[in-house]
Design a protein around this ligand. Sequence first.
Ligand SMILES: [Zn+2]
Length: 260
Amino acid sequence: MGSVRAVLQGAWAVPGTFKTEAVVLRSIRFGEADRVLHLYSATRGRIGAIAKGARRPRSRFGGRLEPFFRLDMVLHEGRGELATVTGASTVAGHPRLRENGPALNAAGRACDAVLRLLDAAEPNPAGYNLLCRYLALLDGEGSVDGSGSGDGAAGLSTALAFRLKLTLAAGFAPELASCARCGEGDGLVGFSGAAGGVVCGACEGGGFGLSGDAHRFMVEALGAPLASVPAAREPALRQVERAVSETLEYHAHVRLRAAA
Ligand SMILES: [Zn+2]
């Protein structure tokens, strides 16, 4: 642990006080009046932090140390594993997201996926920007293209587009251009989590059948902005969900909650 910490500090951190923007992934009551936060930060990736006195009625943090808040933070890094929050101001509080059940649910699943998949204390700008973009969409900032399946920012198609992009940001994007086993470019009819991508008919054993619609959705969703989710029907989307889940189970050893 000591050596890991030394390496991390050598690479990214100056011991002492630092500033970063971060999203609150999880906020846990701790002790009499404190909170322990799981943060995903723009400049250091995952950070664990404690906010002392955050649950006192007149805490200077107000109510902003809650999940889905995007904050400008000042943190102090001491000897412990947790940094101490010394300042926090709101960049985006996402108030509309909080009043919308499906959006709240989708945001919760997104933060949970980030917690499980991006667990390193190192920056991942693509992952951070993706999370911020999704939370903004769920808050109703900008609208999801009508060309999509019509289930909106909080729906399954956007949730899966987010998950695919997160998989890419984490370095586990599935092979979609040719058979992940033999390299064949045609007749790609299945998906194999173990192989890490689409597979041809000859290599399908061990995988599952993947429809053309599901394959197309994955390619298009990875190539398009999150707000321009391609159209696909639920059976295809469930195949996409399975493909992403199996890829992450085999290669990242991470099991995600259902996408919606
Ligand atoms: Zn093959």
